[in-house]
Design a protein. Structure first.
Length: 278
């Protein structure tokens, strides 16, 4: 088999895999544009012929979408900023300094990451409730930060450890202070790692459901995943309107997909630009 044939086969395989990944998103958007009667048919409709945006209008008709959107944006922003701050400082300390208990700290980070989230619900609820932070942005944001920080520390540690400390030392020989050498030499090279960690924290906080369900019992404090749950809770007298569900899912998912695609391109270019050659 020639090299050109192998390249063609690999390209075809890549296209098939890409289509398999993209099809669920397409099906969600396609279903969001169709009425529920068409979706309940045994014959699938692959093109939204005769569709409309009525499901989107019905999804935001009661106005709860905007309050849920504001709640999700607030919680996600606080979680991402707090997570990057704590994880950056912890990763820097682990990679650049030698101190007593360093190995134990790294092991503790890994052990915390292995704990099942469901086993911590009662403790988290009691802690947040005892300080009066139920149904609040701060309360759920703190729990999100604690949930995401361990893996983010581990991720950033690899980026920091991959940057030779000799670069900072050479800059200090040229007259820069330790802080100046770090900010001008090391920090720009850490940008890809910070972006990757920020994307991970963003996706975790934006899509999180179970912790929000426990700590945000009031309907007025619901995030978008909890808001979306309301469309799939069919009562005894009302069947689930799947067109409405798909429209609501599209409103929650598509902005995140677009954001991730934009950041992914910048992340790839940043990884190439920030590479360090030995």
């Amino acid at each position: 088999m020639s090299a050109r044939t192998k390249k063609t086969l690999w390209s075809i395989l890549a296209i098939v895999i890409a289509l398999a990944w993209a099809f669920p998103v397409y099906w969600m958007i396609n279903s969001a544009l169709l009425p529920n009667a068409v979706l309940q048919s045994f014959i699938p409709t692959f093109l939204p012929i005769g569709g409309s945006f009525a499901n989107f209008g019905n999804a935001i008709a009661d106005g709860s979408f905007y309050s849920a959107l504001g709640m999700s944006l607030s919680v996600t922003l606080i979680a991402v900023v707090g997570c990057l701050l704590f994880a950056f400082l912890a990763a820097l300390a682990i990679s650049r300094f030698r101190f007593k208990g360093r190995t134990s700290f790294v092991l503790a980070v890994l052990i915390v990451q292995m704990l099942p989230a469901e086993g911590l619900f009662i403790a988290q609820y009691k802690m947040v409730s005892s300080v009066g932070l139920l149904d609040s942005v701060i309360g759920v944001s703190v729990i999100y930060i604690a949930f995401v920080v361990p893996f983010t520390v581990w991720m950033l540690r690899g980026f920091v450890a991959g940057i030779p400390i000799e670069l900072e030392e050479a800059a200090m020989v040229d007259g820069l202070s330790r802080t100046g050498a770090f900010m001008r030499i090391t920090f720009p090279l850490l940008a890809p790692g910070l972006i990757a960690s920020g994307v991970y924290a963003f996706l975790q906080a934006w899509n999180e459901f179970t912790v929000a369900l426990v700590l945000l019992p009031s309907e007025s404090a619901h995030t978008l995943p909890l808001w979306l749950r309301g469309f799939v809770q069919a009562s005894a007298t009302r069947e689930t309107d799947w067109g409405l569900v798909m429209a609501a899912s599209t409103m929650v998912a598509v902005p995140v997909i677009i954001f991730f695609m934009i950041v992914q391109g910048r992340l790839t270019s940043g990884l190439v630009a920030g590479a360090v050659k030995g």
